[in-house]
Design a protein around this ligand. Sequence first.
Ligand SMILES: [Zn+2]
Length: 319
Amino acid sequence: MTIEKASISAVEKPWGSLSLLPWSNLSHGEKPIGELWFGRAQVNANPSSLLLKLIFAKEALSIQVHPDDKMALAMGLPNGKTEAWYVLSADSDAQVALGLKQCVTKSQLQQSIQDGSISDMVDWRNVKAGAVIFVPAGTIHAIGSGIVLAEIQQRSDTTFRLYDFHRNRTLDVQSALNAAFAGPAAQDIPSHSSSTGMSNLIVCPQFDLDIISLPPGGLHLFNAERETWLLVLEGSMQLGELNAVIGEAVFLEDEITTISSGGVGLKCLCARTGATHASDFQSGMAQSISAHEQGTETDLVLYPKASNISIHKEQEVFV
Ligand SMILES: [Zn+2]
């Protein structure tokens, strides 16, 4: 049973930002910070399966691709890298690249990497705050300038760059060609609209991504069976004895606790390792409750009246 405030570490990036407000007041002198990584609080804890990050893209990130699990295993790596983004803020002209505009041959793709025309071949799409973007391994992608987003990903730092906007970092042409699907990405980019309770954004074998929105003063039971990360996006939350505010995250595993929102309510991102049978996952409050009753799922359970609650972890949890 684990519940702990996540550690935060800053990563310097050439495309990063000098100000991380309102997510963090960290600064690194004149050097831009591109990423904040949330990690296990205890240094010698088992590494988590998922990595939760905030990404501050003042300038565009490289056009890149990641290997899938099969390719990663063949390279002697434990796993590939499927990732997903939730856009927190975006300039009015902000875009992300997802897949190519059309299918090309591997030799056409190779040529476009070598002459830089790949930056026109990728499918740039407009995004705004609330956009949900799924980036399965093998998808050619980039985060454009003027975007702050939360990313959940398989724990892996294997990135093959196809184009770096004249920053002269190393490209990984052959590995990128092996990893990339040279065609359009299948999915649209939906935009999340707030509704009270737990809303599912993404289900894939690697992780589930949800948003929890609670009005002020809400008190609920939270059952985190699998590895779970909660990141506060708005307001504040009390999770058991821990308090977290905007930009802070909590790690839970095999834990049942209470979640309560502060005086202005709570909006938080909830990322969990994928269920064994991802296709069986049911989203939405009603389904969550019934799944919980079966004792097989981890979820948020609404209590009818907060004032009547008395909960002890050892007790059987029921609705
Ligand atoms: Zn990526």
